[in-house]
Ligand binder design. Structure first.
Ligand code: FAD
Length: 288
């Protein structure tokens, strides 16, 4: 099913984001995780594509297909374009269609760290909007895009990023998922900006519970999310107590989600870091 139709049919969706296997996380372990996640009835599960320095692109479609075919849960592979040729993108989209996948999260991808990186020449997909337009041109697929409540780190201003986002939506983006954020005011401010710019597609708030004090600084640095004092205090208090950090971090995320439910019509996308306990901890404590 197209997720854009689910977003119309149901008042509020809850989805999970998972990542493919890496050197610390085997495919067998991941399938176990996915099987457990089905107990929590997510509306869909999205699967990242080479995110956060992981260059393992091979499993994304396979995992998305497993979720849909074996568990009967809608799925959405992510697809990045900045380092890809048109042929590679066409092959990947065709494979997704052949696997009966109906949704794709179209992304630019992070710029490679290597200043001498050999980009495809000509560069056919400089921005996610190029990918959105390309997929939509020849395929009946629901296409999602990313948005950034604090502005994207490569943009010189929030305003500039919002204008670029408006163009991405006009190119055919069916709905948006936000980057993680820890202060809801950024999210509400972005929704106000959407109203001004006539960005009318549904928005899913991307929430990541801080359950591990070491990982959070790296993630926040990577995406530029600011960590409010209240959360810094919790991280400092529980940095050597894993169990309490897990509880405090999921509670903080639940407070964020319940506030979003009270103040907007947005759906919720959970960055669960391949951990079913995070899904459980959140879903037991939110008012959806
Ligand atoms: P874009 O929408 O192209 O924006 C990138 C930058 O370019 C922004 O600063 C924007 O303002 C600017 N821009 C856009 N259009 C124009 C234009 N026409 N002219 C000038 N400037 C423009 N990364 C992965 O590698 N794999 C994943 O699976 C993955 N999943 C993600 C899931 C979500 C929900 C989110 C929020 C991010 C994800 N990312 C992933 C990270 C993402 O790839 C990076 O944030 C990347 O830097 C930007 O991708 P984008 O699609 O938002 O890019």
């Amino acid at each position: 099913m197209f997720i854009k139709d689910l977003l119309i049919k149901k008042e509020r969706l809850v989805s999970f984001e998972i990542f493919p296997p890496n050197k610390n996380f085997s495919i067998e372990k991941l399938y176990n995780v996915i099987n457990k996640l089905s107990d929590y009835n997510p509306d869909f599960i999205s699967v990242t594509y080479g995110a956060a320095g992981n260059r393992n692109y091979n499993y994304t479609l396979e995992i998305a297909s497993y979720i849909k075919e074996n568990l009967g849960i809608e799925s959405m592979p992510h697809l990045t374009c900045i380092t890809s040729t048109k042929d590679k993108i066409n092959d990947t989209v065709k494979e997704a269609v052949d696997k009966n996948l109906k949704n794709i999260l179209a992304l630019r991808g992070d710029l490679p760290d290597d200043p001498d990186f050999d980009f495809p020449n000509p560069l056919q997909f400089e921005y996610a909007s190029d990918l959105v337009g390309h997929i939509k041109k020849d395929n009946n697929i629901c296409v999602a895009g990313a948005c950034y409540p604090e502005g994207h780190i490569n943009s010189s201003s929030f305003k500039e990023d919002m204008n670029n986002l408006k163009y991405k939506v006009d190119m055919g983006t069916d709905f948006l998922i936000t980057q993680l954020f820890f202060d809801n005011n950024y999210f509400y401010n972005m929704l106000e900006e959407f109203d001004k710019l006539n960005i009318n597609v549904p928005v899913m708030a991307g929430i990541m519970p801080v359950t591990n004090s070491k990982q959070i600084n790296r993630i926040a640095n990577l995406c530029g999310a600011k960590i409010p004092n209240k959360l810094i205090k919790l991280i400092n208090k529980y940095e050597n107590d894993k169990k309490s950090m897990f509880l405090a971090g999921t509670n903080y995320a639940c407070e964020q989600i319940n506030d979003i439910i009270d103040n907007s019509s947005s759906s919720i996308h959970l960055y669960i870091m391949n951990n079913p306990q995070i899904a459980k901890g959140i879903l037991n404590n939110i008012s959806i």
